[in-house]
Design a protein around this ligand. Structure first.
Ligand SMILES: [Mn+2]
Length: 339
């Protein structure tokens, strides 16, 4: 089944049971897009039942987003979430290119028959959608949600709440407009400001939200755990469960930490390795310039993402994962030699 934007518009004229699903461990773009779409749909139509369901919880700093309390977090509300997906007549999958990235929700979503709308900017989408808004030449899914609403509604009314959610997606996925930033990105932000976005207040909410504990943990990581390889082009950080226990680690405490070594002049690739409670090691990679961490992670670990930002996991121990990383990264001539 495939739908045109006009047919989708017609579908939305009658009451629907709408479910919005962002990827697991939602980041600022995933949850910002989901809530942004919620506010856009909600302000246009009063007749839909709209539920946002996340496969897992998300970092504390994102809970300021307007209507956050409406989000159904699957592990806390398994039955409600499952029922909503089963009853859905229209499903939006956001910032997610594969139902495998919906974690425990995957079997329910794979079993639905209703139309799926996919809005995403990750490489190689594997989801069969009735309607899709997809390109990698964009800052974020939030930017695509803005474009989608602009297309869908002849009179786009993005309220201040929607604007704040969508801005959160754009600002976090571009590292505050450092990468993945296109002329259209600034155009959309300009429109969001016209729609009532208070830029300074939004930036404070999104970025100035550290706790003392988290900042001291960051200090510890940077002084004790950051390793720079002799060629001064690659850096990595390995965080063990013991390190996290020492600083009473909470979900989100390592958010963005991978970017700090990248701020050292000459460093082109950074890997962050985090021991997980399930014996896996979580991976987060960033690069500057031509080196594709997406291809690197796909080839040597389980995961992927974008050229300059990718994530994944390893089922080896933390030590073995680091050895594997050092062995494989040594095979890239462009990362050898000194600057
Ligand atoms: Mn994204």
């Amino acid at each position: 089944m495939s739908l045109s934007i006009e047919q989708l518009g017609v579908l939305l004229q009658v009451p629907q049971q709408i479910v919005i699903l962002p990827h697991t461990k939602p980041d600022g773009d995933a949850i910002g897009s989901a809530l942004g779409l919620y506010h856009c749909l909600h302000s246009h139509y009063q007749h839909h039942d709209i539920q946002i369901i996340t496969p897992t919880d998300y970092p504390d700093f994102l809970h300021f987003l307007p209507a956050d309390e409406k989000v159904i977090i699957y592990p806390r509300n398994e039955n409600t979430a499952k029922n909503c997906i089963e009853k859905a007549t229209l499903v939006f999958i956001l910032d997610c290119n594969d139902t495998a990235r919906l974690d425990d929700l995957q079997p329910f979503v794979d079993a639905i028959y209703c139309p799926i709308v996919l809005i995403d900017h990750h490489l190689d989408p594997q989801i069969v959608a009735a309607y899709q808004v997809w390109t990698t030449a964009v800052s974020s899914t939030a930017e695509l949600v803005y474009r989608f609403c602009h297309q869908l509604f002849t009179q786009p009314i993005i309220n201040a709440d929607a604007a704040l959610c969508l801005y959160t997606g754009i600002a976090t996925d571009t590292g505050r407009f450092k990468y993945n930033t296109f002329p259209s990105t600034f155009e959309v932000v300009a429109r969001l400001i016209e729609c009532g976005l208070h830029l300074e207040q939004a930036n404070n909410l999104i970025f100035d939200n550290n706790t003392e504990k988290r900042l001291r943990f960051l200090g510890f990581i940077l002084s004790e755990k950051m390793i720079i390889l002799p060629n001064k082009k690659v850096a990595y950080i390995a965080v063990s469960q013991e390190d996290m226990d020492l600083y009473q680690y909470e979900s989100g405490d390592l958010e963005g930490v991978v970017n700090y070594p990248l701020s050292i002049a000459g460093i082109q690739v950074v890997g962050l390795f985090k021991e997980q409670s399930n014996d896996d090691v979580g991976l987060s990679f960033r690069s500057k310039g031509d080196f594709s961490v997406n291809l690197y992670v796909r080839e040597h670990f389980i995961g992927g993402g974008h050229k300059n930002a990718a994530g994944g996991r390893s089922s080896m121990s933390l030590d073995d994962t680091i050895h594997h990383f050092l062995d494989t990264i040594a095979n890239y001539p462009e990362l050898q030699g000194s600057n």
